[in-house]
Design a protein around this ligand. Structure first.
Ligand SMILES: *Cc1c(COP(=O)(O)O)cnc(C)c1O
Length: 222
C-alpha cells in the first residue's frame, strides 16, 4: 500500500472535529510529497535540524508541527515558520517561543505537553501542576503565543486499560486547564493524543488531533 492509500484509510474514518498530523520524522521528502499531492498539509517532526531542512525544501503551504523535545536555544530556528509547537514542557520555553515569535512578527500556536505515561524518558509537565501552572505567569503579557491545548502520549504497552486511562487523564488535565485559565478563550480547543498504535482509543477518549507516522509512511529506519 502506498502513502496516499494509507492516509485515505485513516482520514476517511476520522470523526468530525478530529484532525490528523502526519508524522514524517525520519521519512524522505518523496514520501511527504506523496501525502502532500494527495492533499494533506499538516505534518509533524521531532528534530529541529530535520524540520528546518524539510521546511526549506518542501512547499511553503505545509503546516509544520514540532512534536519532539525542543531545546530553548533552538527555538530561533523554527520560530519564523512553525505552525504549532506541541511539545511545550516548561514556562521558560513558552517565554522563549513568545520572544522569537515576536521577532518574526508572528503568533505561534502552542500545546502544553503533559507526562502521564509510565515511561520516565518522556518529557512534559506533571499532571499535578495543571491547577497552578499559570498562577505566577500573566499569560496576557505573552502576545505572540496562543495556547491551543494539551498534547500527550499514552504508555507504550499492549494494555488497553492503561492506555485508555492515560488518555482520560490527559483529557481531564485539558479540561481543568480550560476551566481554570482559558474559560473565555475559544482557541483553547485542541487535545492532541493518539499515535499509530492507539489513535482509535484516543478518539474514543476525546482526542481532537491525532499524530500518526508509521501507519502512513511505514516503519522508520533510524
Ligand atoms: C513519532 C511520534 C508520533 C508518531 O508515532 P507512530 O507510532 O509512528 O504513529 C506521534 N507523536 C510523537 C510525539 C512522536 O514522537
Amino acid at each position: 500500500m502506498g502513502v496516499a492509500e494509507n492516509l485515505e484509510k485513516i482520514v476517511s474514518r476520522l470523526p468530525m472535529g478530529v484532525s490528523l498530523v502526519a508524522v514524517s520524522k525520519f521519512h524522505s521528502d518523496e514520501l511527504i510529497m506523496e501525502a502532500y499531492n494527495h492533499g494533506h498539509r499538516q505534518f509533524g517532526e521531532n528534530r529541529v535540524q530535520e524540520l528546518v531542512g524539510k521546511y526549506e525544501r518542501l512547499p511553503k503551504d505545509i503546516e509544520w508541527s514540532m512534536i519532539g523535545h525542543l531545546q530553548r536555544n533552538k527555538v530561533k530556528y523554527i520560530a519564523p515558520f512553525i505552525s504549532m509547537i506541541q511539545s511545550v514542557d516548561s514556562l521558560e520555553l513558552l517565554e522563549d517561543i513568545n520572544r522569537y515569535a515576536e521577532r518574526s512578527g508572528r503568533v505561534i500556536d502552542c500545546l502544553l505537553q503533559f507526562h502521564v505515561a509510565e515511561e520516565d524518558t518522556k518529557y512534559g509537565f506533571l499532571p499535578d501542576c495543571a491547577d497552578t501552572l499559570f498562577d505566577k505567569l500573566d499569560l496576557s503579557t505573552l502576545k505572540n503565543i496562543r495556547i491551543r491545548g494539551v498534547m500527550g502520549m499514552a504508555t507504550n504497552r499492549d494494555d488497553e486499560g492503561r492506555v485508555r486511562s492515560d488518555f482520560r487523564n490527559l483529557r481531564e488535565i485539558f479540561e481543568r486547564l480550560r476551566e481554570r485559565y482559558f474559560s473565555d478563550s475559544e482557541s483553547f480547543n485542541t487535545l492532541s493524543m493518539g499515535m499509530s498504535g492507539d489513535y482509535e482509543i484516543a478518539i474514543e477518549e476525546g482526542s481532537t488531533m491525532i499524530r500518526v507516522g508509521s501507519l502512513i509512511f511505514g516503519e522508520r529506519v533510524y
